[in-house]
Every structure is written in structure tokens, then in C-alpha cells.
Ligand binder design. Structure first.
Ligand SMILES: NC(=O)CCC(=O)C(=O)O
Length: 274
């Protein structure tokens, strides 16, 4: 599988519509890849909280409309990073309240159809930002795409190993993690991306934003890590494209050669809290 990670710079001097058009052009330029990955909330910026409500859209809204033809033209599966989703229907009732908004990833097929969505399960910000403005997803999500089973997670989810074990139990062999991670915690980002790969003997495609928005300098340093924990590619701090060939069969080979996942001890009794 050839994967291209587009480490997009999100800067305040570029409008959301301009960025959508520019990113669609970058996606079109990835013909020859099997899977293209974008970062978290790249249209608006993961820390541009004040713009979330104004820029919220449906899963088939302007971001999908800009990118679906680009995926089709390039003939690639496109993990389009995430958008601020305004949910319609019973979950949010389209009423405009905080309960309507989700941090939602889109997976688009080479035919330009929406094949999967994933609503970020762990919201970042503790008692502010995303954690108060958005609702949490609750579904562990995988997708068959580009010859692999993709396990979907988003940014802060990386800190929750149990989610990734859940994805492995659901058959994932390649994790795809779009992010908008601050530069000040870059060491956590690179460490956690490798840890999730090596402990789960899975590929990790971790695609972050570059640039500075809402006063938060972004980490960059997108990572591709193999199931043995080796870093196959790592970005710098500017916008760039990382293209890597993955051998998806290396996942089962690694799990057979070093079968640590089979040694899990599930269901041990928990001692009472002191
Ligand atoms: N957008 C995010 O989820 C940021 C996560 C983060 O900054 C961290 O976990 O640290």
C-alpha cells in the first residue's frame, strides 16, 4: 500500500474555502497513492474554537464536496482528516446547541463516495474548548480500504491505549490518526505514535497539522511507524507530503513472529479501591 500523508499548514491568513480548494489540488496530485491522509480539523483549525459553530458542516457539506471529486480524480482512498460536523437528526436535532457538534473524520472511496465516518471519542480541552463545544463519539470504527483494515482514531485519542486495543480486536492492522497537536507537546506525540504502533504490532499513520493558528504553534512531525515500532517517515515543522510504501502483510508476520498480543491477560479481578 502506498500512503501519502499531507501535513497541511493551517494559518489564519488563508480562508477556509481557499484552504479547501488548495488541499483538493494537493489530493489530486497524489495519483499513484492508494491512501491519502489529511490532519484533524484542517479546514478550520483544531484550536480555532471560536469558529467551530460558524464553520460546522454536515458530513456531505463543503469539505466533502471539495474533496470527493479530488479523491475520484486521483483514484485514491482519502481519509479526509476531520471536520466540525453539525449533526442532523435525533442525535443533535440540528438545533445549533453544543450537542450538535462532533469532531468527525471522513473516509472517501476512489469513486468519490463517503464510505465511513468516525466521531472522535475522547474530546480534548478538559473543561474548555472541544470538550465543552463538541459531543463525544461512542463507536469504535474500522474500515476495509486499500488492502488493509484501517482503525480510525483522532489526535487526543492517541492517549487512550484501550481504544487502540479495541481497534485491534476489531481487526485493524493500520491505524490512521489525524491530529492538530501543539508543538509544546511534540515529544508526547512522537512517543505515543510509536507506542501505539509497537504495543499493537500495527502500522501507524499519524498526520498532524503544521503552522500556527489561534496562537497555538502546531507540532508537524507527522509519523509513519511500522508494526515493529520503526519510524519509516517523520515530517518536519512545515507543510509537506510524506509518501511511504507499506507492506500490510508485515502486520500478521510480526504478530506471528513475536506473538505478544496472544499473551494478554484479560478479565483479571480488580482489587477494591483503598
Ligand atoms: N486536538 C487535540 O486532540 C489535541 C490533543 C493534545 O494537545 C494532547 O493530547 O496533548
Amino acid at each position: 500500500m502506498r500512503a501519502s500523508l499531507l501535513q497541511i499548514a493551517v494559518e489564519p491568513d488563508e480562508s477556509v474555502d481557499s484552504r479547501r480548494a488548495r488541499v483538493a489540488g494537493l489530493v489530486r496530485a497524489q495519483r499513484g497513492a492508494d491512501l491519502v491522509v489529511l490532519p484533524e480539523l484542517w479546514p478550520v483549525g483544531a484550536f480555532a474554537y471560536e469558529s467551530f459553530a460558524d464553520e460546522a458542516e454536515s458530513v456531505d457539506g463543503p469539505t466533502f464536496a471539495a474533496l470527493a471529486p479530488a479523491a475520484r480524480d486521483a483514484g485514491v482512498f482519502l481519509h479526509a482528516g476531520s471536520i466540525v460536523e453539525r449533526a442532523a437528526g435525533p442525535s443533535g436535532a440540528g438545533a445549533g446547541g453544543a450537542g450538535d457538534l462532533y469532531n468527525t473524520s471522513l473516509l472517501i472511496s476512489p469513486e468519490g463516495t463517503l464510505v465511513r465516518t468516525y466521531r472522535k471519542i475522547h474530546r480534548f480541552g478538559f473543561d474548555r474548548g472541544e470538550a465543552t463545544l463538541m459531543s463525544a463519539g461512542s463507536e469504535i470504527t474500522t474500515a476495509d480500504a486499500a488492502g488493509a483494515v484501517l482503525g480510525l482514531a483522532t489526535c487526543y485519542d492517541l492517549r487512550f491505549p484501550e481504544l487502540f486495543r479495541g481497534l485491534v480486536d476489531a481487526g485493524a492492522d493500520v491505524f490512521v490518526v489525524p491530529a492538530g497537536w501543539p508543538a509544546r507537546r511534540r515529544a508526547h506525540w512522537t512517543l505515543l505514535a510509536r507506542a501505539r504502533a509497537v504495543e499493537n504490532q500495527s502500522y501507524m499513520l499519524a498526520c498532524a497539522t503544521a503552522g500556527t493558528h489561534a496562537g497555538v504553534e502546531q507540532s508537524g512531525h507527522s509519523m509513519v511507524v511500522d508494526p515493529w515500532g520503526e519510524v519509516l517517515a517523520e515530517g518536519g515543522t512545515d507543510e509537506e507530503v510524506l509518501t511511504v510504501d507499506l507492506d500490510v502483510d508485515a502486520v500478521s508476520a510480526t504478530r506471528e513472529r513475536f506473538p505478544a498480543l496472544k499473551d494478554r491477560r484479560l478479565g483479571l479481578p480488580t482489587p477494591p479501591a483503598p
